[in-house]
Design a protein around this ligand. Structure first.
Ligand SMILES: [Zn+2]
Length: 554
């Protein structure tokens, strides 16, 4: 009993301290002020415990300082930082419906001084400044009053300590997950300071990658054999689950046009294909460079640069990345010029509308298409006339879940049409079209989860990391490159990881370049079946060997 009493006194002394409680309330309010109705209960709880953890760290640091003037400076810096980030978050949320995130940091870096000046003149007005100052004074006064009132209160101190420990546990789990799977990017988003720091670190990392890539891709040499392929089309899909494709045995006819092409023998479906990551951006970093391994990302040239160096006309039509919008290797102007002769400058609501920009040439051509595909929100991914599936076509799901799955299947049906339209444009050419999805998508098969991006923690990760890959070849291609056409068909059941595809593209096109590795091209005699390590440390073969969790509705 005495021991418990001592412990409670200690907790009150530390977490019931007025400064500690002031910092807790400051963290809690400035962090939680951006919570909206779209945040889940789990996200809100995580935000609260992370606020408590940060306040404890700040408070302990404050008490470690021995001098009064150091206390004052530290407190001033902490309060200023929290309030500044809070004002920026609230301002962005009210005016632009987003907070200080990666996108916002990217935009700030790309803003010229003239643009910044006109932005500040437009938004930072005298009434805005006066209202902000008044709100800050009121907020600090209230926090101070409440902290004084609850200081030395056993319940407040105990609650605060418990929340801090939960925050610590959350961070420990995050660190473990990051080390194992390179997953955990969502946790820095839970606090304004880590969110700003994480966004800046990512920006710096991407900038370094871009500089490295510019150097690597500046002097690439490649040639094409006399029997090179005239037109190569690479279609990178988005969030397409092979489990929802009739090409892969799904009971609903979501891919009628592609299935027809599979039946006439012009399309080969690959059945054992894994992606390295379940995040779009990370996948893009693995499917462009001719790397030996998916990571580290950029050690070798990007495959379009090789095609360009070999004399191909190279174009990319992208419905997700645009040059000059964001800091990535696909939005960098110089890298884009090194890779492509043409890039589209605007996005389209539906992928099919983007096809109007395909301009076929009489010279050898590489066309890379990056679609919105089946990306959430599914209902906005297809035009009305592709609304074939409705909620009543599904069972064992809630009404809302049925709606979402129906929208998803309709987006797959539209994607089927889009690919077929691309093929129709090039049917009379010497052409090969390679389609693969960046990653899959989980749609309530196992439980109430929908989406992608956390495959490592799911009971059956295959829904997110097993991806569709199919290759269509024209009649001319089969006539001119009969050996390659035969090898493609024979490879339908080979184990493949999409990060090897750049090597296959170099091989099938008949290109020669120093960085090509035949052991990574599945149509090559030297192809080596290797262990497929995905999600940083997961052996994909182990996943395949686990018992499958059967879908509860198909
Ligand atoms: Zn994606």
């Amino acid at each position: 009993m005495r021991c418990a009493n001592h412990l409670l006194q200690l907790i009150i002394r530390i977490w019931g301290n007025k400064i500690m409680l002031f910092l807790f309330l400051l963290n809690l309010i400035t962090n939680c002020v951006i919570i909206t109705s779209s945040d889940s209960v789990r996200q809100i709880c995580c935000r609260v415990v992370v606020s408590a953890l940060f306040a404890t760290i700040e408070g302990l640091f404050y008490h470690l300082l021995k001098r009064v003037w150091l206390h004052r400076i530290f407190l001033f810096v902490i309060v200023f930082l929290h309030l500044l980030l809070c004002v920026i978050d609230v301002f962005l949320l009210l005016n632009f419906n987003f907070v200080l995130s990666q996108d916002a940091v990217d935009i700030m870096v790309q803003t010229t001084s003239e643009e910044a000046k006109s932005f500040l003149i437009t938004y930072v007005t005298i009434p805005f400044l006066l209202c902000t100052i008044l709100a800050i004074v009121c907020l600090l006064w209230c926090i101070n009053k409440v902290a004084s009132k609850i200081a030395q209160h056993g319940f407040a101190a105990f609650t605060y300590m418990s929340l801090s420990l939960m925050g610590l546990l959350l961070y420990v789990v995050t660190v473990i997950n990051y080390v194992r799977f390179h997953d955990g990017q969502s946790i820095p988003q839970l606090h304004p300071i880590t969110r700003a720091a994480h966004s800046s670190a990512i920006l710096f990392k991407r900038h370094t990658q871009i500089v490295t890539l510019q150097k690597i891709n500046n002097a690439v040499k490649a040639t094409v054999s006399s029997n090179g392929v005239e037109t190569i089309i690479v279609v990178i899909g988005e969030s397409f689950s092979s489990y929802h494709s009739s090409l892969y045995g799904y009971s609903k006819e979501t891919n009628p046009l592609l299935t027809k092409r599979a039946h006439d023998g012009s399309l080969t479906t690959f059945f054992d294909v894994a992606t390295y990551s379940d995040h779009t951006e990370m996948v893009m970093c693995t499917v462009f460079p001719l790397n030996k391994k998916p990571v580290p990302f950029f050690t070798d040239p990007l495959f379009p640069v090789c095609f360009k160096a070999a004399g191909y006309n190279t174009i990319m039509l992208d419905n997700q990345y645009f040059v000059g919008h964001g800091i990535t290797f696909l939005t960098d102007k110089k890298l884009s010029q090194l890779m492509f002769d043409y890039r589209n400058t605007k996005g389209y609501q539906y992928d099919g509308e983007m096809l109007q920009e395909i301009e076929l040439k009489d010279t050898p051509q590489l066309i890379v298409l990056h679609l919105q595909g089946e990306h959430y929100t599914y209902a906005s991914r297809y035009p009305e006339k592709f609304k074939r599936f409705t909620a009543k076509d599904y069972s064992n799901l809630t009404a809302e879940q049925k709606e979402l799955v129906a929208h998803y299947d309709n987006s797959v049906l539209y994607n089927d049409y889009v690919i077929d339209q691309i093929i129709k444009k090039v049917e009379d050419r010497d052409c090969i079209l390679v389609y693969f999805s960046d990653h899959g998508e989980e749609l309530f098969e196992v439980d109430d989860y929908i989406g992608h991006g956390n495959a490592a923690f799911r009971s059956d990760p295959t829904y997110q990391v097993k991806v569709p890959l199919f290759i269509w070849t024209s009649q001319q291609f089969c006539d001119k490159h009969s050996d390659k056409a035969k090898r493609i068909k024979e490879s339908a059941n080979k184990p493949i990881i999409t990060s090897d595809l750049p090597h296959f593209l170099i091989d099938v096109a008949g290109l020669s370049t120093e960085q090509f590795r035949p052991e990574q091209s599945f149509i090559n005699d030297q192809y080596k079946i290797r262990k497929r390590i995905i999600l940083n440390s997961v052996d994909y073969e182990n996943i395949l060997n686990q018992p499958r969790v059967k879908s509860r509705y198909y």
